[in-house]
Write a protein that binds this ligand. Structure first.
Ligand code: ADP
Ligand code: MN
Ligand code: MN
Ligand code: MN
Ligand code: MN
Length: 335
């Protein structure tokens, strides 16, 4: 039977890139999935008179939707001379990941997102608002939880695809959810995050629901959507001084601006200092503190080893950029 390979890539849409994909049908699975091309003039990646862009496979997983021997093929976008396309943020991460591989950096990313149906968040009554926040986080029951069938289908799909999902939970605002990827290395967590996002959109599509990574989907007294990024090196997993050194490195002069600029568009609308966030332009860290930029989990302070949580990245961040910034800042300070 013919095999369907869904080639997936990241486009050039500003300010937040989008996922694109198309299907290649082959008679039998090749040993190595070949490069392919697409029309970059339709994805904000090329002018019409020089429209060809190249897809280079970097990670192939079983396709949980089509099943059988069908696959999902995560790709990097290249120019026709096979150098990285300017929108290819994975290429820069490759270099940093390789440079600091001896420190064994690991990431776990918490992806928050919001379901929308008919232009309003799932669970919001048409033209109005549900009861204020307070019962929705990790809730149960039809009056508190919206979209669980989609969330369960997505979790199963991610597991069937072999992605390193470590958990899911309902979030503080109705229709808002989270899944966590990791802990694995910087390239792995980022490739898996993009694949998990693609699966989320694709599965929600079957329920006529749109999943969005909008960092502040409802203005006012409603939680935004973030992508808390948990990080450790081998040294941090073995002792406490490197944990403190990592926090200090993130707060060093110039680093706050550099990181926040790469943590997702519209970050200042989410990091207001309210709703479990710190102000975007001030750096702080602390044990158990969900109002700090960086949190040292209670258990980590207790064990005197483990990881730190950078709470600043937006839901709409590019994991290739965020993991590059964090790896570079913390590992260069430690070497
Ligand atoms: P919370 O909601 O309390 O902030 P979660 O349970 O949602 O925490 O997420 C914790 C994340 O930390 C998970 O993604 C997990 O993979 C990650 N994690 C656990 N240990 C490590 C580690 N040593 N290095 C990096 N990430 C880690
Ligand atoms: Mn065509
Ligand atoms: Mn979480
Ligand atoms: Mn959360
Ligand atoms: Mn968190």
């Amino acid at each position: 039977m013919a095999i369907k390979a869904e080639y997936i890539w990241i486009d050039g849409t500003e300010p937040a890139a989008r996922l694109r994909s198309k299907t290649k049908v082959v008679a039998e699975a090749p040993k190595e999935w070949p490069i392919w091309g697409f029309d970059g003039s339709s994805t904000n990646q090329a002018p019409g008179d020089m429209s060809d862009c190249v897809l280079k496979p970097v990670r192939v997983v079983p396709d949980p939707i089509r099943g059988g021997d069908n696959v999902l093929v995560m790709c990097e976008v290249m120019l026709i001379d096979m150098s990285p396309h300017p929108t290819n943020t994975r290429a820069a991460l490759r270099e940093v990941a390789e440079k600091y591989a001896d420190q064994e950096p690991m990431f776990g990313i918490e992806q928050e997102y919001t379901f929308f149906s008919d232009g309003h968040p799932l669970g919001f009554p048409k033209g109005g608002f549900p009861a204020p926040q307070g019962f929705y986080y990790c809730g149960v029951g039809a009056d508190e939880v919206y979209g669980r069938d989609i969330v369960e289908a997505h979790l199963d799909a991610c597991l069937t695809a072999g992605l390193t999902i470590s958990g899911i939970n309902a979030e503080v605002m109705p229709g808002q959810w989270e899944f966590q990827v990791g802990p694995v290395g910087p390239l792995e967590v980022s490739d898996e995050m993009w694949l998990a996002r693609w699966l989320l959109y694709r599965i929600a599509e079957d329920f006529d629901v749109a999943a969005t990574l909008d960092p502040k989907p409802v203005k006012g007294d409603w939680n935004g959507a973030g992508a808390h990024t948990n990080f450790s090196t081998k040294a941090m997993r073995e002792g406490y001084d490197p944990i403190i050194a990592a926090c200090e490195a993130l707060g060093a002069p110039g680093k706050v601006e550099e990181h926040v600029a790469g943590y997702g568009p519209d970050i200042e609308h989410r990091l207001t200092g309210l709703h479990e966030t710190a102000p975007w332009n001030e750096f702080s860290y602390g044990v158990s503190n969900r109002g700090a930029s960086v949190r040292i989990p209670w258990q980590v302070a207790q064990d005197k080893k483990g990881y730190i949580e950078d709470r600043r990245p937006n839901a709409n961040m590019d994991p290739y950029v965020v993991t590059r910034l964090i790896t570079n800042t913390i590992c260069s300070a430690a070497s």
